[in-house]
Write a protein that binds this ligand. Structure first.
Ligand code: GDP
Ligand code: IMO
Ligand code: MG
Length: 430
């Protein structure tokens, strides 16, 4: 039976989605990105060789898999060019396998300028964005003045649209942010040149996905960011500008909800966050430092240190429900080796009251204090273990607690960054 699986992060991103997408891509015909842009950083380690992907789907290192960028992705042609060139230089065939929706909103240079000018203006309240122009590009999409991929292949149309858009953005840049305005002619030439590089990749991604489904093929939908960065359901305003939760699969690729047979929630065995915003279980002590060190918690896109803390089961359980998750894949279990004790947040204290749900008002997130259950750690090495029975008893007890508190069965466990370092309990493709 054809199966389509959506792979989503249940936390604030960097859960290890890329590694799992690469692993499962062996069983599919196509991998699709449906939201976000090159703010993502998905790390794949295969036989010791590291590849970090930002925009290109993590199925690209599995030969023969079709890789698609759906209409929900904001596309930076210059970032795409750099990524395609780097992969092709390593001998990966990208040109014949990457397809891009004609409707992708384009991230232009001015979006990046606005992103950084705005962050600077926010001062202490900066979101801590990746500076990739993601928010401003989505704003142009929603305001219906954006440039789409197909526009890059039509010089006349592009010139007309750019004239209007730059009239507006240059005014804001110059008079509101006091930044140099852009030269419309140069922006146009750049855009046309970059568009021409990818002309052969333009397709109707939605239509292609319908064909594949009708032909009984397997499809993997690759989420970027994490559920708590969702524009609607996350820790607003400290979020990204797309729907990172399951609804984004349909709107961002053009398939119906019947096209998602299984939702796999990637969950780090602890929690990390890059950028600003609430993080109730964040640790500021040597335990947090130890998690960061052992987990090499440095952002794959911006190189920023990731904030680290214990697993927040209240927040994760919420996202299990929001996404209708079928099963969880717990990643980085090995990072917890050698701790004396481990904690899982199972409730919050808010305004003197104990609650087992998220705060009603997103502004209250900052006031939330975690309440923990404590578990004994394990001293054994779990790195690379591939059988559940070989895990230390305390690790199995910790996983059982994760399952109970997060409210979904654990179907996979990742025990190291390598493609082969996994325990498969129930394979999503049967
Ligand atoms: P993504 O954005 O969700 O794809 O995750 P990132 O690639 O940004 O961050 C995950 C990091 O953890 C990467 O450096 C991975 O190589 C690494 N990683 C993934 N799974 C495991 C694991 O089970 N154990 C360890 N130690 N590292 C892992
Ligand atoms: P992957 O796919 C972690 C965070 C940024 C910032 C906020 C808004 O690798 O998990 P943006 O540039 O999107 O406007 O920034 O979202 N952020 C991520 N954090 N992993 C990511 O992607 C992220 N993409 C964006 O740090 O806090
Ligand atoms: Mg990442």
């Amino acid at each position: 039976m054809a199966q389509s699986v959506a792979i989503l992060g249940t936390q604030w991103g960097d859960e290890g989605k890329g590694k799992i997408v690469d692993l499962l891509s062996e069983k599919v015909n196509a991998v699709v990105r449906f939201q976000g842009g090159h703010n993502a950083g998905h790390t794949l380690i295969i036989d010791g060789k590291k590849t970090v992907l930002h925009l290109i789907p993590s199925g690209i290192l599995q030969p023969g898999v079709e890789c698609m960028i759906g209409n929900g992705v904001v596309l930076s042609p210059s970032a795409l060019k750099a990524e395609v060139d780097a992969l092709e230089a390593k001998g990966v065939d990208v040109f014949s396998r990457l397809k891009i929706s004609s409707s992708c909103p384009i991230i232009m240079g001015y979006h990046e300028l606005i992103d950084s000018a705005r962050e600077k203006a926010r001062g202490k309240e900066a979101i801590g964005t990746t500076g990739r122009g993601i928010g401003p590009a989505y704003e142009d999409k929603v305001s219906r003045r954006g440039i789409r991929f197909a526009d890059l292949l039509n010089a006349k149309r592009l010139e007309k649209k750019l004239d209007q858009i730059l009239d507006y953005h240059n005014f804001v840049l110059e008079h509101y942010y006091q930044v140099e305005p852009l030269n419309p002619g140069m922006v146009l030439d750049d855009a046309l040149q970059l568009g021409a590089c990818f002309a052969d990749m333009m397709i109707d991604v939605s239509g292609r996905l319908h064909q594949l489904r009708d032909a009984g093929k397997n499809i993997l939908f690759e989420g970027a960011q994490g559920s708590w960065l969702d524009i609607d359901h996350g820790t607003y305003p400290y979020v990204t500008s797309s729907n990172t939760t399951v609804g984004g699969v349909c709107t961002g690729s053009g398939v119906g909800i019947d096209a998602v047979d299984y939702v796999l929630g990637i969950t780090k065995a602890y929690t990390t966050r890059v950028g600003s915003g609430p993080f109730p279980t964040e640790l500021f002590d040597d335990v947090g430092v130890r998690l960061a060190d052992r987990g090499h918690e440095v952002g794959a896109t911006t190189g920023r240190a990731r904030r680290c803390g214990w697993l927040d089961a209240v927040a994760t359980a919420r996202m299990v429900k929001v996404n209708g998750m079928t099963g969880l894949c717990v990643t980085k279990l090995d990072v917890l080796d050698g701790f004396k004790e481990l904690k899982i947040c199972t409730a919050y204290r808010l305004n003197g009251e104990i609650i087992k749900h998220i705060p009603l008002d997103a502004e209250d997130w900052d006031q939330v204090e975690p309440i923990y259950e404590v578990f004994p750690g394990w001293q054994e090495n779990t790195r690379g273990i591939t059988e559940l029975e070989k895990l230390p008893n305390n690790a199995r007890a910790y996983l059982q607690a994760m399952e109970d508190f997060c409210g979904a069965p654990i179907h996979m466990i990742s025990t190291g960054p390598e493609r082969s370092e996994n325990i498969i309990i129930q394979f999503p493709f049967g």
